[in-house]
Design a binder for this molecule. Structure first.
Ligand SMILES: NC(=O)c1ccc[n+]([C@@H]2O[C@H](COP(=O)([O-])OP(=O)(O)OC[C@H]3O[C@@H](n4cnc5c(N)ncnc54)[C@H](O)[C@@H]3O)[C@@H](O)[C@H]2O)c1
Length: 369
């Protein structure tokens, strides 16, 4: 059994989610290679050394450049804000490492294209962490759609709603700064909706967008000094798919009462399905079956459902963290077979192209009424 040494950059929200996934995956799935939490990287020595202990890393280092160049590192796992994705990915590719990167791939399309060019030139495997694809219910939705159960798809309706900045006194954290985050709700959570739309329905060829910032200044963290918010608080878009389907996207951090409401509804000529992250073990399915047909709730926890057989008996539910475990599982399998996993940097570039097209379109005038 060969080991796969992981170097992770960033150790907060996604650092915690990814390290949990790397630790868990071999305990539940039969893996060809064993992931090892080798080195954790960050900027603050004290906080970093504490995080390395808590998350289970063997070593830590405040210099990610040094770590990425190490011969004993196999995978570089990027869990930092978007402003550092490009530099880390370029260095990792040049050092011949597998590059696993959080979404959105970069802060701009040109950075994303540069990253794709770098991994392709270096001939290294790459993966983008759109983890929601790996939920059993989402995978099952795809199986149903691709098997033709819904017939030709007409509608995709995706929303991702949160409310964590609805209070205008909430501080101007990095997610509200364009230089660090690239965009606001659009790139942070709208990018997930676009990824699911592409995964489940197909490529999107045209968009029309609207971005809105409700609170244009906020206090810097821990102070009363106001600083500008130069990203969107909410984003809306209309989508036209290559295959004739049409769709909509709504992403907001101002949807009071909604915490992590990532939901899609897909309507085809023969039926529909609905997924809601807040009930992630379920799918609602409607198939035209005669007089009493209607939406029914299906629990996606049977051994035959994607990924589920490795976990618990039917009806014993799984959670948010499993989406990351399944993502790293598929990355390890791809490394074993030396095949490119999905979604990868090509998907990241396409996602970024859509984000930028929505932004561009939002700058155009609306029809006055
Ligand atoms: N897949 C998902 O569902 C999901 C969810 C949340 C965040 N994300 C993405 O994950 C990434 C990180 O987000 P997060 O929520 O974990 O952020 P976070 O603020 O919780 O953590 C960011 C980490 O990066 C470190 N960091 C920041 N700049 C750095 C630099 N220049 N060099 C080294 N370390 C640096 C910070 O110290 C911190 O440890 C972002 O791209 C974000 O969009 C994805």
């Amino acid at each position: 059994m060969t080991e796969l040494n992981v170097a992770m950059i960033g150790y907060q929200f996604m650092g915690k989610a990814h390290s949990n996934a790397w630790r868990q995956v071999g305990h539940f799935f039969d893996l060809p290679l064993t992931p090892v939490l080798k080195v954790l990287c960050g900027r603050d020595e004290n906080a970093l050394s504490k995080a390395a202990g808590v998350l289970g890393f063997r070593e830590h280092d405040t210099d990610w450049q040094r770590v990425v160049a190490r011969k004993d590192i196999d995978i570089v796992d990027i869990c930092t804000p978007g402003d550092s994705h490009r530099d880390i990915a370029l260095a990792a590719a040049a050092a011949g490492k597998v590059v696993f990167c959080e979404k959105p791939l970069a802060n701009t399309l040109s950075e994303a294209e540069e990253m794709l060019g770098a991994v392709e030139r270096a001939g290294v495997l790459h993966m983008l962490c759109h983890n929601y694809r790996r939920l059993p219910a989402v995978m099952r939705a795809r199986e149903l759609i691709f098997a033709g159960a819904l017939g030709k798809i007409h509608h995709f309706r995706g929303c991702y709603l949160q409310d964590w900045i609805a209070d205008p006194s909430f501080p101007r954290v990095w997610r509200l700064e364009r230089k660090k985050a690239g965009s606001g709700a659009l790139g942070d959570i709208g990018s997930h909706v676009l990824d699911l739309a592409r995964f489940l329905v197909g490529e999107i060829s045209e968009v029309a967008g609207m971005l809105h910032t409700f609170v244009k200044q906020r206090p810097l963290p821990g102070t009363s000094t106001l600083a500008p918010v130069d990203v969107d608080d909410a984003a809306l878009a209309l989508l036209r798919f290559d295959n004739g389907a049409i769709g909509s996207l709504e992403a907001s951090r101002f949807a009071t009462g909604r915490k992590n409401h990532n939901r899609f509804e897909i309507n085809g000529e023969k039926g529909s399905l609905v997924f809601d992250l807040e009930r992630l073990n379920e799918l609602e399915l409607y198939l035209e079956e005669g007089k009493d047909s209607g939406f029914r709730r299906i629990l996606i926890t049977d051994p035959g459902h994607p990924y589920v057989g490795a976990w618990w008996p039917p009806g014993h539910l799984i959670g948010y963290e499993h989406s990351f475990t399944h993502t790293v599982l598929d990355l390890v399998r791809a490394i074993e077979s030396q095949s490119l996993p999905t979604p990868n940097f090509k998907d990241g570039v396409q996602n970024q192209r859509l984000l930028e097209a929505i932004e561009r379109s939002s700058e155009r005038a609306f029809s006055a009424v």
